[in-house]
Design a protein around this ligand. Structure first.
Ligand code: ACM
Length: 536
């Protein structure tokens, strides 16, 4: 009953009895994994799981000749053995062991102190190396505490990349020492749009992570074998930065941090000073985030202001460019060169393909599959994250009481059916360019951690299986395992979406109710949805 499903699992007769007096020993190279497992199990067992336990039975964690993320887990009457290719594999083996325990083992208090673990032999390793989630902490801030909890939930599902969307029109969430106004001004907006009918909530919203917070978050994630890929979105999605430093924009009138959703027209100007400003920002970002990958966004940049700006037009003629799209490509190249020179790899949304890229650049393909296919064929590594399949801001059912009235419905079963390799690449050599996938938690209308829980789970459980488990899906089998998995989420306190739809508090207040006439209702949904980031 493991989620995501292991490659091979064979039940055996007998049980192992886990108590607080069970011993836990590990190869010295795996000491961190042992410490993590001990910390997770002790609240449940009420005992300490010392390296040489006073009771019968031992959990041993050791190294073997396996790939780094692979593990073998054997539970027998006299002991539990995890053998892994490296610390990541050992960690995944330990996560699987937790799922063999009753759901109470996910609570923070002793529940009887002992349990029987069914004997089993599991051999497991991931299908893809990039098993990610984009978390948008810019549209709605997520507190550090909730972010650490989110990291734990990702780790429980054996995901290993957190793509952190730190900046956008509506908020700048990262302390930059050189430019304090980015957070002093850019981390707060005076109110937020609540639905698609123009209603505003009238309440300020904001928050940011200090550099010390970030160091803590990065280390916490690393201990759970999750790499954090920071995203500073450029040259669009930058109104919060322009509000803080107006010289970055194209207008002579000041701007506020944006309060509404949809694609914004206020984008960065193309002055050398603006490029330098953001390279200075990245100097601090690179210090904070050791990840080999850094995302510069590159999506949804309307060119209207560049078209009417004499300075942008002058820049185009200096560079010999004939179209504003080429200016966007030039802009992204400045950061591609900057990152490559510092040994990092640029990640960008599929819009960055327009105009050619450095060979090391990685494309996150979100507008269906087109970007993924083009990028893979051009020899770029690709992360697939099609909005139509793995965007968790889409509503989960057709009911009008779903909290976010998106026109597109993306059910749990839809997510489970997602195949990370686009159809057009299957059987092609270029398919090897798909390094994995990531699901998206975009938070325009997800205004609290409770709503993140509702929109993300259990769809993230289904997504995890698409990137971890072997190709091919068995929905009935997944649903059986999910039935055993949901009580684990409940024990942790995750307010996931129930099969029968939202609880009354989970519905979205402030969004007009459904008109009597279903045709009129659909038209209303379509109208609201078309207001959202085209061409979604
Ligand atoms: C995106 O959803 N604009 C990447």
């Amino acid at each position: 009953m493991i989620v995501p499903k292991p490659v091979r699992s064979e039940t055996r007769p007998g049980t192992f009895v886990l108590t607080g007096r069970t011993a836990l020993t590990a190869d010295p190279a795996l000491g961190e994994v042992a410490a993590w497992l001990r910390a997770e199990l002790c609240p449940f067992t009420g005992g300490e799981l010392l390296p040489s336990g006073p009771g019968p039975g031992t959990i041993t964690i050791g190294l073997g000749d396996l790939p780094p993320e692979a593990y073998r887990l054997t539970v027998a009457e006299d002991g539990v053995a995890i053998v892994a290719g490296g610390p990541a594999g050992a960690f995944y083996g330990a996560q699987t062991l937790r799922q063999l325990l009753p759901p109470e083992a996910f609570r923070r208090a002793a529940a009887g102190g002992s349990c029987e673990v069914p004997a089993v032999h599991i051999e497991d390793e991931p299908r893809f190396g990039w098993r990610g989630c984009i978390l948008d902490v810019a549209r709605h801030f997520m507190t550090k505490h909730d972010l650490l909890r989110f990291i734990d939930l990702m780790a429980m599902h054996k995901l290993n990349v957190l793509h952190l969307h730190l900046t956008d029109d509506q908020g700048w969430r990262l302390e930059i020492r050189r430019y304090p106004r980015l957070t002093e001004v850019g981390s707060w907006r005076k109110e937020s749009q609540t639905g698609w009918n123009g209603t505003m909530d009238g309440r300020p919203h904001g928050g940011f992570y200090t550099q010390d917070d970030i160091r803590e978050i990065v280390a916490y994630a690393a201990r759970r074998h999750i790499m954090i890929v920071p995203e500073i979105d450029l040259p669009g999605h930058t109104q919060a930065a322009i509000a803080a430093y107006p010289e970055l924009g194209n207008l002579s009138t000041p701007l506020e941090v944006r309060t509404t959703w949809g694609i914004g027209v206020n984008v960065l100007n193309v002055e050398d000073s603006t490029i330098t400003f953001f390279q200075n920002v990245f100097d601090e970002v690179l210090e904070l985030f050791p990840s080999p990958y850094v995302c510069v966004g590159g999506d949804e940049c309307p060119k209207d202001q560049w078209r009417t700006s004499p300075a942008a037009q002058r820049r185009m003629s200096e560079l010999g460019l004939t179209h504003e799209d080429e200016l966007q490509s030039w802009f992204i190249h400045q950061f591609d060169d900057y990152l490559t020179a510092r040994g990092r790899r640029l990640v960008g949304w599929d819009e960055i393909l327009e105009g050619g890229l450095a060979p090391g650049a990685v494309v996150a393909s979100w507008r269906g599959d087109l970007g993924a296919v083009a990028a893979a064929k051009a020899g770029h590594d690709v992360i697939t994250c099609p909005n139509t399949a793995v965007y968790f801001d889409y509503r989960q059912g057709p009911g009008e009481d779903e909290p976010v009235p998106f026109g597109t419905v993306l059910t749990l079963d839809d997510v489970y059916a997602f195949e990370p390799i686009p159809e057009e690449l299957r059987g092609e050599e270029a398919a090897a360019r798909v390094v994995g996938s990531q699901c998206g938690v975009w938070t325009e209308l997800i205004d609290s951690n409770r709503r993140v829980d509702y929109m993300t789970f259990p769809r993230l459980s289904a997504f995890a299986e698409t990137v971890w488990s072997s190709a091919g899906r068995d929905l009935a089998d997944f649903r059986r395992r999910l039935a055993a998995h949901l009580p684990r989420l409940a024990a942790i306190g995750v307010e996931y979406r129930r099969e029968d739809g939202p609880l009354p508090w989970q519905t979205r207040p402030g969004v007009p109710g459904r008109p009597e006439d279903p045709v009129e209702w659909q038209a209303q949904l379509d109208a609201w949805t078309s207001n959202l980031r085209e061409p979604r």
